[in-house]
Design a protein around this ligand. Structure first.
Ligand SMILES: Nc1ncnc2c1ncn2[C@@H]1O[C@H](COP(=O)(O)OP(=O)(O)OP(=O)(O)O)[C@@H](O)[C@H]1O
Length: 733
């Protein structure tokens, strides 16, 4: 074992202790019916988050963390070994533009093809390439990050799919055979030409994928560079994620997901560097959860197998292994397994216990190609519910999910030499894989996509429907054998994956519709409360400037407002209210808000009209004062001469400044002045009267606060003085 691997194993070393989950009688619980096994109690409450997680991955000595936080292993030496495997991998120090292969095929290579590859020294100190990725110019090869586009709406669309290949080493049985799989680099796999045969043999075939794990890749490499870590992060964020392994029997699916046989036997191995992706993902999941200190998480896990088209609960199979029904949920718009146990997992060990329990109970058989062949498809699901505090004491709750699907391998029964029970199992496995193939090819064909997708034809496709084409994110790991004897199955797997690559999904974060509604209503209540508060303040400011008017008028706006105010509710208590109570509260606030707005508009209009009115009155006053001045001064003096003999048609009389009356001498007043003649007095009275009626009315201005707008006042002005109203007309318009 090389240095890096030893260090990696230390990184996540697990103390040799019995599983806490089982020793504490941890809680498998039934989804919809009472538990079958009475010895296992159900826990439905939200448990506290695990206070500590001891096993945290840290970079090993010869790992370097890149600027974006991801790790890349660096080989201690850049010198290349000369082992046959190295030559086969085509990892020459200076990448050539063209490369020649054993069969003479020339493959064009990009200049940057080596940038996405990772190499490491093997046990014999030879540098071996372990991973290549498609057209990667960066140091890391985390495909998920590269291949997803995040839109502002929060939806994530997969651009190129998310597919990786893992090629296992030749097994002991295959050691005598030659390898037919080559790695030109740049995320490519080349299948050698096979001469002979009736059709002229097999031509070389080149396939291109996101990431190719070569035989020297370790279990930890698969976690680090497959995009699995990103998938877990997305599950924590609330996406439904699935990782599934596909490939022929014996190609290394179970090895990739859980590890080699014997890890989960009667006596489980506490930690080994052979542990697979699930084990490592669980550790990473808890690491992620621990990073989000403010968020409350609840994890629940279930584990099932589909054996001969029957769904068996691997966490509580019972002695009879009674199958469970798969039903359609109208509410969730998806298939689910009725009465499946879900176990609350407070700690990492609880999740590990679920994995161990399921691995012990699953169906394993022996055939010619694999001594520990999975005879069923298994699905291990972890539901991640999170409650994240948001503003105003509101919580955002999300439910993400991660499925690990270990498909049983396709079998050529001639080669596996299956008989009896194993043959029946093989037929069922092949049948369900065929339906999966139909679904994948229908989904990948854009023209066919609108047509019927045969999900209902097998339990497997029913349960994977959402992962294949729904709102989830899927990582597909296609496992292949490099042996010449498996060439046709290998090509099938590669083609299968090429089809699946064309499927597009539209992942979305899932929120409980009720929660989503409550959250939006809570937000609305908050906004309305703020707005109402603001309006009330505005009204108060306005009304306080006219306290008397508001006091006097029982129907004043202020009074009406107070009568219709909805009950004030503490925002922190909102979460305790029922959905319909919240709806009612929002309705009251909306109603009050509407009224307040209306009243506010009325008040502003009224104020505006009052201001105009006031302006008119001022102008009128000014004008009248001016006129009064005129009347009091010059016009009366001028009138004296006007009332002279000439003016009064008395041609015989001398022009004089003395008041004269042809018939009657004007009476002398007490102060010595002469009395004004009657007709002059009338004229004076007339003029003074019109002045009074125009502006100096003792009635004063009506209070606009108590009255309706100035339209009325304009009319009043018009009716009292038509001459003036003519002048004010344009202003009122
Ligand atoms: N990458 C690998 N490195 C070392 N050994 C491997 C690798 N992949 C698979 N193996 C070994 O090959 C054998 C078959 O692998 P495994 O059981 O995982 O295949 P499978 O695809 O799950 O088969 P089946 O479909 O029959 O269950 C096992 O002994 C396993 O340990």
């Amino acid at each position: 074992m090389n240095k890096t691997i030893k260090q990696a194993s230390k990184m996540v070393a697990r103390p040799n202790e019995p599983s806490k989950a089982r020793s504490r009688g941890n809680s498998p619980s039934r989804g919809t019916s009472p538990a079958r096994d009475n010895s296992i109690s159900r826990v439905n409450s939200f448990p506290k988050r695990s206070p500590s997680l001891k096993r945290v991955n840290s970079p090993a000595k010869n790992e370097k963390t890149t600027s974006d936080g991801r790790q890349r292993r660096e080989s201690p030496s850049r010198s290349r070994g000369s082992s046959p495997s190295n030559r086969r991998s085509g990892s020459s120090p200076v990448p050539s533009r063209e490369q020649s292969f054993s069969n003479g095929t020339l493959i064009r290579r990009r200049r940057e093809s080596e940038t996405g590859s990772i190499e490491r020294l093997d046990e014999d100190n030879n540098l071996r390439r372990i991973i290549t990725s498609y057209n990667q110019n960066e140091d890391n090869i985390n495909v998920v990050v590269r291949n997803t586009i995040v839109y502002p709406t929060g939806n994530i669309y997969m651009r190129d799919g998310f597919f990786i290949f893992r090629v296992r080493p030749l097994s002991k049985k295959e050691n005598f055979q030659s390898e037919v799989v080559q790695f030109p680099g740049n995320g490519q796999i080349l299948i050698d030409a096979i001469p002979g045969g009736p059709g002229g043999g097999q031509k070389p075939k080149l396939f291109s994928y996101n990431v190719v794990f070569e035989p020297a890749a370790t279990q930890e490499d698969v976690l680090q560079f497959s995009g699995m870590k990103r998938l877990i992060e997305m599950a924590v964020e609330g996406f439904r994620c699935t990782c599934f392994c596909y490939g022929q029997t014996g190609s290394g699916k179970t090895h990739t997901l859980t590890g080699p046989p014997g890890l989960f036997g009667v006596k489980s191995v506490p930690y080994s560097d052979k542990h697979g992706l699930i084990f490592r993902s669980f550790a990473y999941l808890f690491e992620q959860i621990q990073l989000q200190a403010g968020t409350h998480f609840v994890l629940k896990a279930s584990y099932l197998e589909i054996y001969n088209e029957k769904v068996i609960d691997l966490l509580n199979p019972g002695s009879a292994r009674k199958p469970l029904a798969v039903r359609w949920s109208k509410k969730a718009r998806g298939f689910f397994v009725e009465n499946l146990f879900t176990v609350d997992c407070e700690e990492l060990d609880d999740l590990m216990a679920v994995l161990e329990e399921g691995m012990r109970n699953r169906s394993v058989g022996r055939h010619n190609m694999n001594d520990y062949s999975s005879r069923s498809h298994t699905i291990l699901s972890v539901h991640i519910t999170s409650e994240q505090p948001a503003e105003n004491g509101v919580f955002i709750s999300r439910t993400g999910k991660i499925n690990f699907v270990d498909l049983a391998g396709s079998e050529m029964t001639k080669k596996t030499q299956s008989r009896g029970k194993t043959l029946e199992e093989a037929n069922n496995i092949n049948k369900s894989l065929m339906v999966l193939g139909y679904c994948i090819s229908s989904l990948s064909d854009i023209k066919k996509k609108s047509n019927h997708i045969p999900y209902r034809d097998s339990k497997l496709t029913k349960l994977l429907a959402d992962s294949l084409a729904g709102n989830g994110v899927t990582l597909m790991i296609a496992c292949i054998s490099p042996a010449k004897s498996n060439i046709s199955e290998t090509i099938n797997t590669l083609r299968y994956a090429a089809r699946a690559k064309r499927i597009r999904t539209k992942p979305v974060v899932l929120m409980d519709p009720r929660e989503a509604l409550i959250l939006s209503l809570k937000r609305e209540v908050g906004v309305l409360q703020n707005e109402n508060q603001h309006l009330r303040t505005a009204l108060h400011v306005y009304s306080s400037s006219n306290p008397t008017s508001a006091d006097k008028n029982p129907n004043s706006i202020l009074d009406r407002k107070i009568l219709q105010t909805p009950p004030s509710v503490d925002l922190s208590q909102l979460s305790k209210l029922e959905g319909h109570e919240l709806v009612e509260l929002v309705r009251l606030y909306v109603q009050e808000n509407g009224e307040l707005r209306k009243e506010n508009i009325e008040l502003f209009t009224s104020r505006e009209l009052l201001q105009r009115d006031h302006e008119l009155v001022c102008r009128e006053n000014e004008r009248l004062l001016k006129k009064l001045e005129e009347v009091n001064s010059s016009p009366l003096i001028a009138a004296r001469s006007a009332f002279s003999a000439e003016a009064l048609n008395m041609p015989d009389s001398e022009p004089s400044d003395i008041w004269t009356n042809p018939e009657k001498e004007p009476a002398t007043l007490e102060n010595g002045n002469k009395e004004m003649p009657d007709f002059l007095q009338k004229e004076m009275d007339k003029r003074l009267g019109s002045r009074e009626s125009r502006g100096a009315t003792p009635r004063g201005r009506p209070r606009s606060w108590e009255e309706k707008p100035t339209a009325v006042k304009v009319l009043r002005i018009k009716s009292t003085n038509s001459e003036e109203s003519e002048r004010t007309k344009p202003e009122m318009a």
